[in-house]
Design a protein around this ligand. Structure first.
Ligand SMILES: C[S@@+](CC[C@H](N)C(=O)[O-])C[C@H]1O[C@@H](n2cnc3c(N)ncnc32)[C@H](O)[C@@H]1O
Length: 237
């Protein structure tokens, strides 16, 4: 079963997103700061989750937003809570994007690429559904965070650990439940996989928390020790 369809994981994740959280305070503002204007653009949101960003993009003037996610629970919640006339949702594995008939000006993805084993296949698929010169913007867990086999924390959880950076591949850790599988790739591999699959990199962001965000969630100060997110904006060549 897909991780986000596990009852225990899903309810813990939604509870986390209902509190002050890293996504709303840091990741989404950083993504939107790089994205720029979307008025009249056709956008696919890969791993759209419960659809909050799809609605933000629609409200910013996107002409059409297709949100896809592998999790039936996420898409059910998106359809129930985040509807707009220009937004559509589908349950779908993003590695199969080449099956999609529509074409898009922008492919947008927040915090989902680290769940994908074959980044090259994914990037090729996305390239096929992007218009000429189309943009791919994505965030993922930072390679400094995905590297460690033990989840990146000391056993008592009080400090960060860092190891195994050059050992790429599968990581299985605990996040609400045991057996959460992600894939570690170095920054070099991520950048080169983009280049080898026909993208030009336009900007790279390792977001830092704003003072306002740190007032709301003081533990964000730890982002100065170890960044959680990597964001890359690229274009189809
Ligand atoms: C951390 S959540 C982020 C959700 C949303 N992008 C957001 O920022 O609110 C990661 C999402 O990626 C989805 N996901 C993971 N693997 C996927 C895949 N192979 N295809 C489509 N979605 C996937 C999960 O179901 C989950 O909804």
């Amino acid at each position: 079963m897909n991780l986000y369809d596990d009852d225990r994981f899903f309810s813990s994740y939604i509870a986390l997103r209902n509190e002050a959280n890293y996504n709303d305070l840091m990741e989404t503002p950083a993504m939107l700061s790089l994205l720029g204007a979307v008025k009249g653009k056709r956008i696919i949101d890969l791993g759209c989750g419960f659809g909050s960003t799809a609605c933000v993009l629609a409200d910013m003037g996107a002409s059409y937003v297709l949100g896809i996610d592998i999790s039936e629970k996420m898409i059910k919640k998106a359809k129930a809570e985040h509807q707009r006339g220009s937004v559509e949702y589908r349950v779908m594995d993003m590695v199969d994007v080449s099956d999609i008939e529509e074409r898009f000006d922008i492919a947008y993805s927040s915090l989902a690429f680290h769940y994908i084993e074959d980044l090259g296949r994914l990037l090729q698929g996305i390239r096929g559904i992007l218009a000429e010169g189309g943009m791919l913007i994505f965030s993922q867990e930072h390679p400094i965070s995905t590297a460690d086999y033990e989840g990146g924390f000391s056993p008592d959880g009080s400090s960060y650990t860092f190891s195994s950076y050059q050992k790429e591949g599968k990581r299985v850790s605990r996040w609400f439940v045991d057996g959460v599988t992600t894939y570690h790739r170095t920054f070099g591999t991520i950048a080169n996989t983009l280049i080898q699959n026909g993208y030009s990199i336009d900007a790279v962001l390792e977001p830092k928390p704003s003072d306002t965000a740190m007032k709301i969630l003081p533990r964000l100060i730890r982002e100065y020790e170890k960044p959680s997110f990597l964001i890359i904006k690229s274009y189809k060549k």
